[in-house]
Design a protein around this ligand. Structure first.
Ligand code: CAA
Length: 398
């Protein structure tokens, strides 16, 4: 067992940390206050090579392993959740799912442009009446000659207004079981497609979230991912990748809370001494340290399982469930430590509290992951070998 990060990991972590300081943090207070997302950030992420992480070199990627993706997510979310969300939808839910399920031709067609940031990808599963109950989606795809005609809508779609293409999960028949789903890459320029932003979010205000609509959108059969009937499995395996980015990003919030609280608690004085000397404050700091260290172990394990090609649906659910809960607790305690200063955006901790709340809901609610873990333990749920897997990572497979 080897827990050491390699020198390449350290370089990637440092690169993402600097990107967060130089490109994400400047102006974040205003963008968050005014709920303004910055489309240029996606171009900068592409230029910095961030969107190429964990994509093999043969498809235009950097050839770095899957742990690297977690490290990038941690450092980006340490700056702001909106930057990590880009990694979740573009790299996790979209690019890695294409890497897992696409044909050789599809991977060569799309992955190089996704890795460079020339094209931005997003993911469409959730609908107004199908969130946790993903099996109940209503969007349909009707086969018509050499193409499919899509009708329906998706909601809570990160990058809805910015993405060039969406990995969309649909039904193939009106009444059906899990064998009746399909997944497609849908270009936003196709006639009948449009998007609309969602306003008034509690958190991640510097990020774009919206709805996407399909009104007789005709998609070529060469945009079907996997086979007809694979759609639900593709959706679930996309979530294996997305949840990994959310779990690793959540550690970044805990680290950001420690950054803020270490500085504040060793400077702010009450009754003539630093509040860091008060035991109740120390207890909250110690809990954050535990959240950071345990959170890293959980996501490093998942990254390693991805590297060696092991199915990790249970482990990634655990990492996402626990790390998101710990991030929210850390942010709540960080506000507590800052007292009244923590209640306004002069300090960043109230942003961490609002930003950490959403991740407890998206990509599987706290309740869904609780039930999933109990079901594995009681033998009601077991993982079978997958039809298609991510490429195993090793130095020669870069
Ligand atoms: N990879 C590949 N295949 C998988 C899989 C995975 N990770 N997980 C399950 N499958 C397969 C199973 O093997 C099974 O195949 P068979 O029929 O051949 O046996 C099939 O898929 C059905 O699996 P389950 O029996 O586990 O399905 P379920 O109905 O019991 O799943 C659930 C229940 C776990 C609650 C699932 O519905 C779920 O995770 N719900 C939450 C969905 C979610 O997280 N939604 C948020 C998406 S975020 C978003 O959309 C917004 C955005 O853009 C960011």
């Amino acid at each position: 067992m080897d827990f050491a990060l390699t020198s390449e990991h350290e370089l990637i972590r440092e690169m993402a940390y600097k990107f967060g300081r130089q490109e994400v943090l400047p102006g974040i207070q205003e963008r968050d206050r005014e709920a303004k997302s910055d489309r240029k950030m996606l171009d900068k992420m592409g230029e910095a090579g961030i969107l190429s992480v964990s994509i093999p070199q043969q498809y235009g990627g950097s050839g770095t392993d899957y742990i690297s993706l977690g490290l990038v997510c941690e450092e980006l979310e340490r700056a702001d959740t909106s930057a990590r969300v880009v990694m979740s939808v573009h790299s996790g839910l979209h690019s890695l799912t294409l890497l897992q399920w696409g044909t050789e031709e599809q991977k060569r067609r799309w992955l190089p442009k996704l890795a460079s940031g020339e094209r931005i990808g997003a993911f469409g599963l959730t609908e107004p009446n199908a969130g946790s109950d993903a099996v109940n989606i209503k969007t349909t795809a009707r086969k018509d000659g050499d193409s499919y005609v899509l009708n329906g809508e998706k909601t809570w779609i990160s990058l809805a207004d910015y993405a060039d293409q969406f990995l969309v999960v649909t039904r193939l028949a009106s009444a059906g079981d899990r064998a009746n789903y399909a997944a497609f890459i849908v270009d936003r320029n196709l006639p009948g497609f449009h998007s609309k932003p969602i306003h008034g979010k509690l958190g991640v205000r510097a990020g774009n979230t919206g709805q996407i609509f399909f009104d007789d959108v005709r998609v070529g059969a060469d945009c079907l991912i996997g086979d007809e009937g694979d759609g639900f499995k593709i959706a679930m395996s996309a979530l294996d990748h997305g949840r990994y980015t959310v779990a690793s990003g959540a550690v970044g919030i805990v680290v950001a809370c420690l950054d803020a609280c270490d500085a504040y608690a060793t400077q702010r004085k009450v009754q003539g001494e630093e509040i860091g000397k008060k035991q109740l404050v120390q207890q909250m700091i110690a809990n954050m340290v535990a959240g950071r260290d345990i959170g890293r172990l959980l996501y490093y394990q998942v990254g390693w399982m991805k590297n060696v090609g092991l199915r990790h649906t249970r482990e990634v659910s655990m990492a996402k469930w626990q790390n998101c809960a710990n991030a929210f607790k850390a942010a709540n305690d960080a506000v507590e430590i800052h007292g009244a200063y923590g209640y306004c955006d002069e300090f960043p901790v109230e942003r961490y509290l609002r930003n950490s709340r959403g991740a407890i809901i998206y990509e599987g609610t706290h309740e869904i992951h609780t039930l999933v873990q109990a079901e594995y333990e009681l033998g009601y749920r077991a993982d079978k070998p997958l039809k298609r897997t991510l490429p195993i990572w090793n130095d020669s497979s870069r």
